[in-house]
Write a protein that binds this ligand. Structure first.
Ligand code: CMC
Length: 388
């Protein structure tokens, strides 16, 4: 290949050193700062995980309280930011709105431009952790035509998100603790996943010295696609399209057909060639939520269960080691909680923001170079402009 290593899709290229997250895809291991995701999901919560990812160590009780208070202080968005929403068509996809509004945060915090200052970097991270749920819920409220709901700082992070999503000025939303716990798990299981496409995008954008809000907006854009964060939404769209248990075989046959681009959404992963450890925890949470709702007989969920079984037993999926991934189960949980499908990827984006900003901060705190891949040129050789 001449001068450069040619590695399309980065199958064999490490783009950076990192101390944040470790994955062993063969064994199905995921560690954040050394701690197994299963233990974190069981004993910790999203806010603590944010602290851990950002700072490298679990907080002491005093550090935790301080961190939580700081996050609470930043939950509101500038009132002027509401104007940005109003510029969007009300049937705009909430991811389109979120990309735009988060990018617009750059215009509100001028001190964030000074990325060489560790204190300013930390404040930007706190602002993002605190404001993303508010912005996400506003994206939803705008699409329904309901008024925006202000954050309530007496609630936990997950409760507050559900409150901003579902409360109205005429009615309180009584948060179901099973839902709040499930939401918090979904946030945790999406928090970070080392150098995935969106995180790599954030690092690449950040390597030019761009401000953190602009970098996160770039990450949101990269997350949107169905091969990445858009998969949780695509799972539900697919279940809808299948529609009836009698049509499952037809869709499975299509997924196996080399001449058909159709893939079973929510199955397979670039790194995991084993059961994704996050999917295991998500599956358990999924069962809990469905149990709570008495929804085990839901037709769409029956289709999902059957697909899961096929993927675990069928030779095509077994030989390629295509297991149900985290988005397969999270989509089902979100749907059961009553979150509309178009919001699924938005929730992934708000959960992943801590991962993005931790990677950005890690890069900026150390020596880094602008990310500038090379290419293999395969176009026309040099030629002369025709004399006409
Ligand atoms: N359904 C049917 N066949 C599949 C699927 C699927 N979902 N995924 C992969 N394959 C086949 C693929 O056709 C290929 O077959 P062959 O070897 O015969 O050519 C083989 O499995 C290997 O797949 P690949 O395309 O080389 O794998 P990749 O690492 O390039 O792609 C992926 C990984 C996640 C993009 C892909 O599995 C996929 O598109 N899955 C569906 C979308 C999805 O659920 N994405 C969410 C990923 S997890 C959350 C996140 O990180 O965002």
């Amino acid at each position: 290949t001449g001068m450069f290593t040619y590695d399309p899709g980065f199958l064999a290229t490490a783009s950076c050193e990192s101390k944040i997250t470790f994955i062993d895809g063969e064994k199905g291991i995921l560690l954040h700062r050394g701690y197994p995701i299963e233990q974190l999901a069981e004993h910790s919560d999203y806010v603590e995980l944010c602290y851990l990812l950002l700072n490298g160590e679990l907080p002491t009780p005093a550090q935790r309280e301080k961190f939580e208070n700081t996050i609470r202080r930043h939950t509101m968005v500038h009132e002027q930011l509401t104007q940005f929403f109003k510029g969007f068509r009300r049937d705009a996809h909430p991811m389109a709105v979120m990309c735009g509004v988060v990018g617009a945060l750059s215009a509100f915090y001028h001190e964030a431009m000074d990325i060489s200052d560790a204190y300013h970097r930390e404040v930007s991270a706190h602002r993002l952790i605190a404001k993303m749920p508010t912005i996400a819920a506003m994206c939803y409220k705008y699409s329904t035509g309901q008024p925006f709901v202000y954050p309530r700082n007496d609630l936990t992070y997950a409760e507050n998100f559900l409150h901003m999503m579902f409360a109205t000025p005429c009615e309180e939303y009584k948060v179901n603790p099973v839902f709040a716990k499930a939401m918090d798990r979904i946030f945790m299981l999406h928090a970070d996943h080392e150098q995935n496409a969106s995180t790599s995008t954030v690092r690449l954008a950040g390597s030019t010295g761009a401000n953190p809000f602009a970098c996160i907006a770039a990450g949101i854009a990269a997350l949107w696609g169905p091969a990445h964060g858009g998969a949780n939404e695509a799972v539900l769209t697919m279940l809808d399209e299948i529609g009836d248990e009698s049509r499952i075989d037809e869709f499975v046959a299509r997924a196996k057909d080399k001449n058909d681009p159709f893939k079973l959404m929510g199955f397979g992963h670039r790194v995991y060639r084993n059961f994704d450890p996050r999917a295991r925890v998500m599956k358990k949470t999924c069962d809990e939520v469905l149990q709570e709702l008495g929804m085990a007989d839901d037709p769409q969920l029956k289709i999902a269960k059957r697909l899961e079984q096929i993927a675990l037993e069928d030779d095509y999926f077994k030989s390629r080691r295509l297991y149900p991934n985290v988005d397969f189960y999270s989509g089902i949980i979100l749907k059961a909680i009553g979150i509309p499908t178009a919001m699924f990827t938005v929730i992934f984006a708000m959960s992943r923001t801590i991962g993005w900003i931790s990677h950005w901060n890690e890069m900026i705190s150390n020596d880094y170079k602008i990310g500038r891949p090379r290419q293999l040129y395969t176009g026309a050789p040099q030629r002369d402009y025709p004399q006409r």
